[in-house]
Design a protein. Sequence first.
Length: 234
Amino acid sequence: MHKKIGIIGGMSPESTVEYYQYITRTYTQRFGDYGYPDILIYSVSFQPYVDWPNQDRWDLVAAGLSEAAQQLAKAGADFIIIATNTMHLVFDQVQASVNVPMISLLDAVGDVIQARQFTTVGLLGTRFTMEQTFYHDALTQRGISVLVPDAADRVIVNRVIYEELTAGHIRDESRAEYIRIIQQLSKQGAQGVILGCTEIPLLVKESDVGLPLFDTTVIHAEAALRYAVAPQEA
């Protein structure tokens, strides 16, 4: 039997759907049947997870996500993922609140970048993801340097995420801005760019920029699928 996947979602609905579709569709394409793992989704109300970070109340973020993780564990999840980048700032606190394993997006992304033998990457995401140190800390331990856009471009990246992408709005003018920003990171030495918000792949693709892009949604969902179908240890 496959392991039962627990997903903490809702941050935003768009990215949660992408995780679900990737896991189920990829399983069927890979194995030729519909025997994909059971999936439990705890979809939180997004508004507090917009408000609390803006208020620097990461303690409330950790408490809320811990409650969601505990509910998934009680419902029978064999392991849990948080379907968003920014909230991995409190990953360790959430993991400590449950007795089932969690798969870190940061670890999954780091594994993929290391496999490409890249030493310098750009990072796009919410302002918290770009300006807090949790991404930098995780990748620096692997010998990977992280570049972020300048302050003005960070404002643009963050605004597009919260005002457009999380609401499902895809705008050509925003795509053009992201392409410009990614190209600037490339000029600064980025060998590839982490799309460090699970909605960004809805807007920009590798074919738009001619540079390797690390789609954190796909990477994380793939890690969850692989873990779910891996043989159980005796």
